[in-house]
Design a protein around this ligand. Structure first.
Ligand code: PLP
Length: 320
């Protein structure tokens, strides 16, 4: 896909690039944060950039979808963003959610429901069949005369990756204006699309794209990302940073919670325990170990996730 697919405007762009003065001084880095947590309010985080292209394709005359179908965890940011994007564009949405229905929805699920998403909950053991389950929902909708469009988990396919290919261009322009010599861009990797898009956007440059695996491992993500980027640009490079999955996907520890509180107080940055918290912690620990360049600028891409935080209210209430 050499030229960008159709796009609808959903995100507030460009997002800000801000220097983290206190953390830079602490770690001896020139550390900046790209505020993709500020792509919007209900429609915020990294998924919005992908959804601009996915919704662009869904609304193209050839498809003319009236319903978006996608899947993720019960607390998924991607599902919430898809539901809000659908409502914003006058479409319906149907979310296939991994886990059981909570008695009282909060965070992302609450917002998804508020904008009218239909939900189907499935047992985690059936998750490997998620593509087939979404297709079954699509078949049922087509039988009713509806026009569904299926978005894969995390919006991570060749179309969605365009969001971060373009974000890389935006970041390069900002860095150029500020006179920064970018060395690395750190971010959370959950389904691989953000890393793939950045790798494409920075292909052929000296910027290293560092994706911190929040689940699975480097071998898994390398295969996923290779599948997305290789057909588009064989020069694309990335590095999956392994070993910071901590207690596992969506799990946290009192030490993690204390770290997120520390960053919030020190920089006013709100990190979520599932994605951005793990990625930022990895960056800080790798920097403390002397494995992050000090003579060039480093960017942390804040990918959002604030609503996921509310599912951890109890952990934050008693951090130790
Ligand atoms: C807040 C947040 N950050 C990062 C990611 C990871 O992005 P990707 O799925 O493109 O790897 C996600 C994915 O759900 C997310 O919700």
């Amino acid at each position: 896909m050499a030229s960008p697919p159709p796009r609808v405007s959903l995100a507030t762009l460009p997002t800000r690039l801000e220097r983290l003065d206190r953390t830079s001084a602490l770690l001896g880095l020139d550390l900046w944060v790209k505020r993709d947590d500020l792509t919007g309010a209900a429609l915020s985080g990294n998924k919005v950039r992908k959804l601009e292209y996915l919704c662009g394709e869904a609304r193209s005359p050839a498809i003319d979808a009236d319903t978006l179908i996608t899947c993720g965890a019960v607390t998924s940011n991607h599902c919430r963003a898809t539901a809000v994007a659908a409502a914003t564009l006058g479409l319906s949405s149907h979310l296939l959610l991994r886990g059981s229905e909570p008695a009282v929805p909060d965070g992302n699920l609450l917002l998804g429901r508020l904008v009218g998403a239909e939900t189907t909950f499935i047992d985690p053991v059936a998750w490997p069949e998620r593509a087939e389950r979404m297709e079954a929902i699509a078949v049922a909708l087509r039988a009713q005369g509806r026009r569904p469009y299926v978005i894969p988990e995390g919006g991570s396919n060749a179309v969605g990756a365009w969001g971060y290919r373009e974000a890389a261009r935006e970041l390069r322009e900002q860095a150029e204006r500020l006179g920064l010599d970018l060395a690395q861009v750190w971010h959370a990797t959950g389904s691989g699309g953000t890393t793939a898009g950045l790798a494409l956007g920075f292909a052929g440059t000296s910027v290293e794209v560092c994706g911190v695996a929040v689940c699975d491992d480097a071998a898994y993500f390398d295969a996923v990302i290779e599948g997305l980027v290789a057909p588009q640009d064989p020069r694309a490079r990335w590095r999956i940073v392994d070993g910071y999955q901590g207690a596992g996907y969506g799990r946290t520890t009192p030490e993690d919670i204390a770290f997120y509180g520390y960053v919030a107080k020190r920089e006013g940055l709100i990190l979520d325990p599932v994605y951005t918290g793990k990625a930022f912690r990895a960056l800080v620990l790798e920097a403390a170990a002397g494995r992050v360049p000090r003579d060039r600028s480093v960017v942390f891409l804040h990918t959002g996730g604030i609503y996921g935080l509310f599912s951890f209210a109890e952990a934050f209430a008693s951090p130790s």
